[in-house]
Design a protein around this ligand. Sequence first.
Ligand code: ATP
Ligand code: MG
Length: 424
Amino acid sequence: MIKAIRGTRDILPPSSAVWNGVEASAREVFRTFNYQEIRTPLFEETVLFARGVGAETDIVSKEMYSWEDRDGTSITLRPENTASVIRSYIEHRMDQWVGVKKLYYMGPMFRRERPQKGRYRQFFQIGAECIGSESPLIDAEVIELVVEILERCGVEGAKLLVNSVGCPRCRPSFIETLKASLQAVKGNMCEDCQRRADTNALRVLDCKVEADQPVIDALPSILDHLCGECSTHFATVKELLEARGIAYEVKPRLVRGLDYYTKTTFEFVHGALGAQSAVCGGGRYDGLAESLGSRVAAPGIGFSIGEDRLVMTIEEARGGETAAGPDLFIAPMGDAAQKHAAVLARDLRREGLVVEVSSDRKLKRALETANKTAARWTLILGDDELAAGTYSLKAMASGEQRSVKREEIAPAVKRLTAPVAVQS
Ligand code: ATP
Ligand code: MG
C-alpha cells in the first residue's frame, strides 16, 4: 500500500471544513485591515532562504528540502514565506507603490523536522507582511490583526508574548554581555547551548531543554540593554496594545537569532497545544530587504500563524461535534422521478441549498442513508407525487411529514436551516 510520506498528511472531511472556515475568517479580517493577497512560488533558489532566514538557523542548517535542478541551480521548497515576499517586493519594485505595503498569504511550508503532534514536514501558515514603515503604530496594528483573526476563528485563551530584540546599534553590546555571562555557566548547559554560547549566543535564550531553563532565567535581559530609540519604540508598542485592551506578557527571552530582526518580536501560545505551544510567531525585520539586495530601505513587520495548530485548538475546543449533513435529501422512486429529481436538485442548488439526490432504487435504503448522513429534510418523489405536482417533505428531526408545492420547498428548507431556525 502506498501511504502519505512521513510528516505529511491528508486533510479530510469533516476537518477540511474547519480549515476552510479558518481561511475564510482570516481572509475576511485581512480585507478589513486593507491587506491584499500575495502568492509566491512554492520553491525558490536556495540562496534566498540561506540569506533571508539565516544559515545558522535550524531551518537552514538542517530542515530544508533542497535539490539541484538540471541546470545546477540549488532549489528549495519554501520553509517559510517572509523571504519570498521580500524577494518579490524587491523584484517588483514595490517600494514605488503608494503607501505602506500590506500583503498576506496562506499555504504550505516545508521543513524536515521530527514529525509529532502539531509538527509536520508539510504544514500550513497564514501570514502577513507590512512593509514600508518603522512606526510602532504598525507593530500594534499587526498584533491586533492576529488577535482579530484568532477571535474570528473562535480561538479562546491564546496568550500574547512580546519582546524587543533591539537593533544593530544596541544588540551587539548586549550579545557581548551575554557571551561573557555564558562563559561561566555554559558548562552546565546542553550541548547545543555550549556551541551557541560562542557561535550565536542569542539563540541560547531560545533553548527548550528543561534543565537549561534556570540557567537561562538568570542570564542578563536584553531589555536592560536597549538603546533610547528601541526602548521608546517598545514602550509605545506596549502603550498602543494597552489602549486597544490587548493583554500581553513581556518575555525578555523571546528572541530571533538573526541580524535583520529588529525591535518588536512576538508570539502567541496556546495551552491546548502541549509541547508545540506556539500558534503564531512574528516580528520586525527592518534590515531584511537590504540583506537580500534591496538598495532602498524597506522596514517591515510580519507574522505567521501555524494553521495546523490553529485548527487543532479549534477542533479540541469543539470536541467531537459532527459535520452538518445536507439540507435536503431527495429520494426519487423510478425513472421518471429520477429525471425530475435531477432538475429539481439543480434548481434548489441554484437557490443555495445543499442537495443530495439518492441513486438508490429502494426507498427504505435511501431513507436509511438520509438518516445516517444527517440530512435535515427528505423529499420523497414517486409517480403519485409527479402526477399530483406535489412533494412529500419530511423533517428528519421531528419526523413531521407534509405535502408541499414546488415553490414551497426552498422556503421550508431554508427556514429550518437558517441560523436562527424556528421550526414551523
Ligand atoms: P516552533 O518553535 O514550534 O518550532 P518556529 O519558531 O519554528 O516554531 P516559526 O518559524 O515562527 O515557528 O513559524 C510560525 C508558526 O508556524 C509557528 O508558531 C507554528 O505555529 C507554525 N509551525 C512552525 N513549524 C511547524 C511545523 N513543523 N509544523 C506545524 N506548524 C509549524
Ligand atoms: Mg521550529
